[in-house]
Each structure stands twice: as structure tokens, then as C-alpha cells.
Design a protein around this ligand. Structure first.
Ligand code: CA
Length: 237
């Protein structure tokens, strides 16, 4: 992890320099882009392991960069927003950031978040078997053909089958594919209730709360986590 390449996207030179210095001190490699278009070019050329992405940028703002990135890439992104703004927009946009920090920030805290997101994405990368049939993330096993899911709560425990509706299954399978990411309600709605285009976001909440109860019954408390102001993510046992 310490060799990871972090793409810092920040137009204020002083802030960029502080982040470069603190990340380098912790052994990370860094590269910096001063605007959104350069960020996308750097991403395509250098395949960084994570982006620290400021929202207010020249040429292309951070939200536009994230949306373009997510069209084809799962690179972890930590959004950097200014105090008191942008959270609503982050929630309303159908995009997925992995975490976010608020300016003014403590650089040590940012480095800790970088480390945490990298650890989460490294350990929770979904494994799909060679037939493309079964998705495994930590204790969760999702069979994409039979539409069944099983959960192993503790090491060596017998996997418990989950009794899910089709929608609950789709939600779980979709989130398990990118188990470290925070999903917005809109994103989950598009992915899991496609035939119900008029569904309200609270319909998604209702399916998710039933899914959460079933997971808790299976012994996985805290497995499906609400991220305030943004959406939901899986926190695997
Ligand atoms: Ca800025």
C-alpha cells in the first residue's frame, strides 16, 4: 500500500503542497493536477491508486471529473469539499465517491482517510469465479445465476442462506460488486429497480431497510451502513 500512487487534484498550490508533503512522508507517491481536465488525463495515463479530488476546480469541476471517471473506472476517490457546501450536491448526483473530507482539514486526518480507503478497497475487492457465476466478498457469497446469497458471519461458521426478494437480492449483489463504495439512492434505484422508473427514493430506503433486517437476523449487524447525506455502503464482516 505504501507504494500507492495518489493523484492530488487541487488548484490551490499551498494546499496541494501540504498534501504532497504529508503523503510523501508516509511513503506514498504523488502526482498533482491543477484542473479537472488534467486530472482525467493523468488518470488515463498513470492509473493512480486513489484520487484526492477537490470540488472547486478550473475547467472541469470535481463532480464532473468524478462522473466521467465513474463511467469507466472504479479507482477510489476521496472528494474534498469546502465547509458547509456541496454535501447536498454530492448526495443528489448519481455518482459514487468512496469518502469525503471537508476543508479546512488536518492533513494527518486526510492521510489516515487515504490509508483507510485503500485498505478497504484492497481487502474488499470482489472475487468472481471463473464461470462468472459466483461473487465472493469476505463472508458474503452471491450466486448470480440462482439469485441466492449466503453469509458466513464468523470464520469457520456454516454459511447461512439469506431469504431475499428479487429486489433485495439485486441491491445486495450490486453493492457487493464494489463493496467499498458508497452508493447514492438514485444510483441504487437505477441499478436495482429499472422497471420501476417512477419509484421514489424512499422506495429504495424501504427495500434496504428490509434487507438490513434480514442481514441482522443472519447475524450481520452493521453490515449495511447508512452514510449520512450520501447513501449506503456495505461494511463486510
Ligand atoms: Ca479549489
Amino acid at each position: 500500500m505504501n507504494n500507492a500512487l495518489i493523484l492530488i487534484v487541487e488548484d490551490e498550490p499551498q494546499i496541494a503542497e501540504i498534501l504532497e508533503a504529508y503523503l510523501a512522508r508516509d511513503g506514498f507517491r504523488t502526482v498533482t493536477a491543477r484542473d479537472g481536465e488534467t486530472a482525467l488525463q493523468h488518470h488515463a495515463r498513470l492509473s493512480p491508486d486513489l484520487l484526492l479530488l477537490d470540488v472547486k476546480l478550473p475547467r472541469l469541476d470535481g463532480f464532473a471529473v468524478l462522473a466521467r471517471l465513474r463511467a469507466h473506472s472504479d479507482t477510489p476517490v476521496i472528494m474534498v469539499t469546502a465547509l458547509g457546501e456541496d454535501l447536498d450536491r454530492l448526495a443528489s448526483l448519481r455518482i459514487g465517491a468512496d469518502d469525503h473530507v471537508v476543508k479546512p482539514f488536518n492533513p494527518l486526518e486526510v492521510v489516515a482517510r487515504v490509508r483507510a480507503v485503500l485498505r478497504r478497497t484492497l481487502t474488499s475487492a470482489a472475487q468472481v469465479d471463473s464461470a462468472g457465476r459466483c461473487l465472493r466478498v469476505d463472508g458474503l457469497e452471491v450466486d448470480l445465476v440462482s439469485h441466492t446469497a449466503r453469509l458466513m458471519v464468523a470464520d469457520g461458521a456454516r454459511p447461512a442462506p439469506l431469504d431475499l426478494t428479487l429486489t433485495e437480492f439485486r441491491l445486495l449483489a450490486h453493492m457487493a460488486r464494489h463493496a467499498s463504495r458508497v452508493f447514492t439512492r438514485g444510483e441504487l434505484q437505477d441499478a436495482c429497480l429499472p422497471e420501476d422508473g417512477d419509484a421514489l427514493e424512499r422506495t429504495v430506503d424501504s427495500h434496504l431497510s428490509k434487507l438490513r433486517r434480514k442481514l441482522e437476523t443472519a447475524g450481520a449487524t452493521g453490515f449495511l451502513e447508512s452514510v449520512r447525506g450520501v447513501g449506503y455502503r456495505l461494511r463486510l464482516p
